[in-house]
Design a protein around this ligand. Structure first.
Ligand code: NIG
Ligand code: FE
Length: 419
């Protein structure tokens, strides 16, 4: 049966099919289209129509339509979280308390906390309880507008435990309608049994884990934490090359704490996205601009929840958009650096702290987030034939009301495949 959201005060990011872009960059981000007094039709899990209320022709309507009154409300493409670490055994609030007492994230990690703490907890946690916790986190994320979520491994750090994490994601895929994407992040940290032997561990990631995971079809993407004390740009390049041969695009954690050349290695490796970007040099931005000047470079993905929680700089989103680049936003939801999946809060932070306009924030959380996953032909905007992942707001004054009311939940419903 057809579902029609009608009398919508606003419907954002509407594109005629031939004009439907894969992403928006620079000035175009703020100029994304909006319809006022609009309707949206969904059927069979897809968007099958939209337009102005005045343009509805009742003679063309099917006999049965389920009507949802959208008076005073907006419908938007549902939010897409292109970067999370949503499979984990338990929270790390004791590390949060240590930080509040003066320790730094790096000091906690060096003392065996951080990622290694999560790896130890995951090792002894059953697959079943990880699936259960993941499903709960996914439904929580959906209440704040997310319909689509990318999830990384990286708290396993051994072949068996990385496979366990990716199987948890695969199992969850079969239990939820929300589209999920799995990313292999074996190169997240050097496990303690390889202490002082980063190269040896990296070889295992490259030559043992990656081929095994690819042959089981457990990952859609590959990722690496490219950072001082973690992995190098050269390792990023080697991983990207091997992953590309296996048909797996690279997404990379770069420039979270230091600029080490991860951006340049990602560009050269044709990575799909470069994520974090809290610490960017002028050269990093210039190189990204260069990469985007004649073709598509890696999608820059900012994670303002991580900046808030670790009290580190925000990615220079305003500067990147002003220089003509596209930008995506994601939650980075994880127990150490961003324990929240709330993309509405991320939207607020992007406006308040990174000086994005409300529309730029929405574009960064929808069509550009879809591009960071290479799926913008399927989702991320309102266009006929796209999957019907749609967010219906509560009554609001306008689009800006959503990031304005920070920490509030103004979502009425998040439709996934029209349901
Ligand atoms: O994206 N930076 C690397 N990985 C995560 C943090 C992981 C953790 O602290 O558990 C991030 O911020
Ligand atoms: Fe991350």
């Amino acid at each position: 049966m057809r579902t029609r959201l009608e009398n919508l005060d606003g419907l954002a990011l509407t594109f005629a099919n031939e004009a439907s872009p894969a992403f928006l960059s620079g000035k175009n981000m703020d100029e994304a289209p909006i319809l006022r007094n609009a309707f949206l039709d969904m059927e069979g899990g897809m968007i099958v129509g939209f337009g102005l209320m005045d343009d509805i022709r009742p003679e063309d309507d099917p006999p049965r339509i389920r009507r949802v009154d959208g008076r005073g409300r907006w419908a938007l493409p549902a939010l897409i979280d292109s970067h999370t670490h949503m499979v984990f055994a338990e929270e790390r609030s004791e590390e949060f308390e240590m930080r509040m007492r003066g320790a730094t994230y790096a000091e906690i990690a060096a003392a065996g906390g951080g990622i290694l703490n999560s790896a130890a907890a995951l090792e002894v946690c059953s697959e079943e309880s990880l699936v259960h916790a993941l499903l709960q986190r996914l439904s929580q994320a959906r209440t704040s507008g997310s319909a689509v979520v990318e999830i990384k491994s990286g708290y396993g750090l051994s072949l068996d435990a990385e496979i366990k994490m990716l199987r948890v994601i695969k199992h969850a895929k079969s239990l939820t309608r929300m589209p999920l994407f799995a990313t292999f992040l074996g190169a997240h940290a050097v496990p303690s049994r390889f202490q002082g032997q980063r190269e040896v561990y990296f070889d295992e990631v490259l030559n043992v884990m990656l081929p095994a995971i690819a042959s089981e079809g457990l990952a859609d993407f590959v990722d690496i934490f490219c950072e001082d004390q973690y992995f190098t740009p050269n390792e990023l390049s080697r991983l990207a090359e091997a992953a590309t041969r296996l048909g797996l695009p690279l997404k990379a954690h770069v420039n979270q704490f230091t600029s080490t050349g991860g951006i340049q290695a990602s560009i050269a490796s044709k990575a799909l996205s470069v994520d974090h970007l809290e610490v960017m040099t002028e050269q990093d931005i210039a190189d990204l601009k260069d990469a985007w000047s004649n073709s598509t470079g890696p999608m820059p993905v900012a994670l303002p929840g991580c900046s808030l929680f670790l009290n580190i700089p925000y990615a220079p989103g305003r500067q990147m958009i002003d220089s003509g680049l596209p930008l995506a936003l994601a939650s980075d939801f994880n127990p150490g650096s961003a324990p929240s999946s709330n993309l509405m809060l991320v939207w607020s932070l992007a406006c308040h702290q990174m000086k994005l306009t409300p529309m730029e924030g929405l574009v960064a959380l929808t069509i550009n987030a879809a591009a960071a996953l290479g799926v913008s032909q399927r989702m991320g905007s309102i266009a006929i034939g796209k999957e019907a992942h749609v967010l219906l707001t509560k009554p609001i004054q306008g689009l800006a009301s959503l990031p304005y009311h920070f920490g509030e939940n103004l979502i009425e419903h998040t439709f996934v495949f029209g349901q």
